[in-house]
Structure formats: C-alpha cells, structure tokens
Design a binder for this molecule. Sequence first.
Ligand SMILES: [Fe+2]
Length: 172
Amino acid sequence: MKITTLAELFEDELKDLYNAETQLLDALPQMAKAADSDDLRTAFEKHLEQTRLHVQRIEEICSDLKINPAGRVCVGMQGAIKEGQEVIRSDMESEPKQAALIGAAQRVEHYEIAAYGTARAHARQLGYLKAFDLLTQTLDEEKETDQKLTQLAENQVNVKAAMSSANTDFPK
Ligand SMILES: [Fe+2]
C-alpha cells in the first residue's frame, strides 16, 4: 500500500511496533535463560511481562482506529534479536558474555525507544490522544528497562576487574 498521509504512516508504525514486540516475546525467554545472575534474569523476566502489556496496548490502539496490527515484519528488531542470539550461542567466557548480553538487550531497548518516540509524536500530531497516552506509558517502561540494564552493566564488578586486568593500559 502506498502511504499518502501521516495517518497511514502512523498505521504502518503501529504494525511495525506490534511485530517488533511479538518478536521480543519469543526472544526474551531465551535471553533470561542465558542470564547467569539473578538480577539480569529478573530484569528480562520483568520485561517479558511488560512486553505482553506493550502488545496489548498496541492492540487497543489498533482496535480503536480499526487497524489490523498484523502483516508487517520489523526487520530492525529481527537484526537486534539476531545479534542477541549470536551472543547467546558464542563461546565467550561467562563474564564478558553477560556484559555482551546486557549490551544486546540495550540495543533492543534503544531501538524501541526510537520507534515509540516517533510513533508518539505522530499520534500527537494526529490528535490521537488516547494512543499518545498509551504509547507514552510504553515508552516510559522501555526507558526504565534501559536504565535498569545500564545499572546492571555498571554493577558487574567482576567484569570490570577481568577487563582491566586484560588491558592494563586502560585508564581506571
Ligand atoms: Fe516493549
């Protein structure tokens, strides 16, 4: 379908986000399984629950606007998840592997934050106030998850120690 209006573009964005979120529903349990700290596993499991809610919010917006959310493939999310799977399958040592897993998850979050930010701006321009509100709730949760992952990355004292001993020139 050729997109001719902002409303049609917004529809396309919703379908893209819907597909991205449903891809994540499958990927997050694999990431939780690969996490070797309780904190990281809990963060992934909590985000899985939130992701179910994110899917429901898009369904609600689509139902209000009489849009079928299915039928689009989010290639960006496919790529981000594939990178996460490469980390899971890699033969890295445990500590850097956990750090890489967090990094892969943060790429996913940043991708979603960008997509929700854009969709929310378009909802506002179109005067879709309920959609704007629902997208804002999800955007805030994606940002919280990203911050939690940053915290976990910074708290990985063992990783820092391992990396600084491997690279003694690295400024401490
Ligand atoms: Fe999400």
